[in-house]
Design a protein around this ligand. Structure first.
Ligand code: SF4
Length: 380
């Protein structure tokens, strides 16, 4: 185990389920929040290790349903049972419609120093289509309230590739977001699973199908516009002003260690990957008896898989994979071990190799999955 780590805390409660949601979140269990907070604290105590905590991330669900006092209580336990780094990055995901100026000022006082707002769209018709609880006005208010409360490290999440969304609709969303000068933008293509209600609306013909071609053009437009406005495209779906990269997410992409707390939370510590049960009742039941929750995943990462994952995660980053660092970490010449795949991908204009670094090309960033599977152990 290394001497520093990230902590992810999952808050699986939402006011209402969005029509495209594939996250572990429950819309009829908000009464469970106070008891759940106590169990999060208990899990933090049971899993405590003598380790520096560089980043804490409250994700969901809708973590902004937690009060400032509840957040403060959780951070106090981390402070007591672990070693919180002086400059720790502490992020909360917040949804418009659940926050106001006072709340944002209070959570800042509680120690939150990075806010990630799930705007998704500034267009009321798109927000209704997605089943979000908020309007454009509430989205704008949330950002303005955050600024007024002194939040300077701000991320805005947007979704593109929506049914019927034109390039101009997307451009309007992007330019509105850029107008607020956020330090960070996360842009995700809409992906749907058959059980989601938006998928069913498309299937039934109520909504037009998603156009992969339009989504690709929207992504390219984002690359162009954000570069023009000084943002660095540092990860496939993430752009930041210099110095505003999300330190917590970099932990995942760089293959460093993290501890997941809460229902469905994943951990990666000492070459072991595990995840808490996705069943809220099982989670509550176990910790109510002072026992750690059952694990849905508990596996030792074998070297072949660690190598494959480090390539896949490394390629997600614009900085790519340093050939020298890779050899230092694994004792392997990546060009010898994966020469065939790399050659093929260069021919397809999906990756580039400047002799020191291997990284995705712009086309590769659009078609990442076409690249990644080739490095999995059973494909090598
Ligand atoms: S706010 Fe996020 S987690 Fe909650 S239902 Fe919507 S998409 Fe899912």
């Amino acid at each position: 185990m290394s001497d520093s780590m990230a902590i992810y805390i999952h808050v699986p409660f939402c006011r209402r389920k969005c029509k495209y949601c594939s996250f572990i979140s429950f819309d009829s269990r908000t009464n469970d929040i106070p008891g759940y907070i106590d169990l999060l604290k208990k899990e933090l105590e049971l899993r405590s290790v003598d380790c520096n905590i560089d980043t804490v991330y409250f994700g969901g669900g809708t973590p902004s349903l937690l009060t400032a006092e509840q957040l403060n209580g959780i951070l106090s336990v981390i402070g007591k049972k672990y070693r919180m780094a002086d400059n720790a990055e502490i992020t909360i995901e917040a949804n418009p419609g659940t926050v106001d100026f006072k709340y944002l000022a209070d959570i800042k006082t509680a120690g939150i120093n990075r806010l990630s707002i799930g705007i998704q769209s500034f267009n009321d018709d798109e927000l209704t289509m997605l089943g979000r609880i908020h309007t454009r006005k509430e989205a704008v208010n949330a950002i303005e309230d955050a600024r007024e409360a002194g939040v300077d490290n701000l991320n805005i999440d947007l979704i593109y590739g929506l049914p019927g969304q034109s390039i101009d609709d997307w451009k309007e969303n992007l330019l509105t977001a850029i107008g607020f000068n956020p330090g960070h933008l996360s842009l995700y293509a809409l992906t749907l699973e058959p059980e989601e209600s938006l998928f069913k609306e498309i299937e039934s013909g109520k909504l037009p199908d998603i156009s992969a071609g339009t989504a690709a053009s929207q992504y390219e437009l984002a690359e162009e516009l954000l570069q023009k406005h000084g943002y660095v495209h540092y990860e496939i779906s993430n752009w930041a002003q210099p110095g505003r990269e999300c330190r917590h997410n970099l932990v995942y992409w760089q293959g460093s260690e993290y501890l997941g707390i809460g229902v469905a939370a994943h951990s990666y510590i000492g070459k072991r990957r595990s995840s808490n049960t996705e069943d809220l009742d099982k989670y509550i039941n176990a910790l109510s008896h002072n026992v750690l929750p059952p694990q849905d995943v508990d596996e030792i990462i074998i070297p072949e898989l660690e190598i494959a994952e480090s390539i896949i995660l490394g390629l997600r980053l614009y900085s790519g994979i340093s050939i020298k660092d890779f050899e230092k970490r694994f004792g392997i010449d990546i060009m010898k071990r994966f020469g065939r795949q790399i050659e093929e991908l260069i021919n397809f204009d999906l990756i580039e190799n400047d002799k020191t670094v291997i990284r995705l090309t712009p086309r590769g960033r659009l078609l990442g999955n076409e690249v990644f599977w080739r490095f999995l152990p059973d494909k090598v």
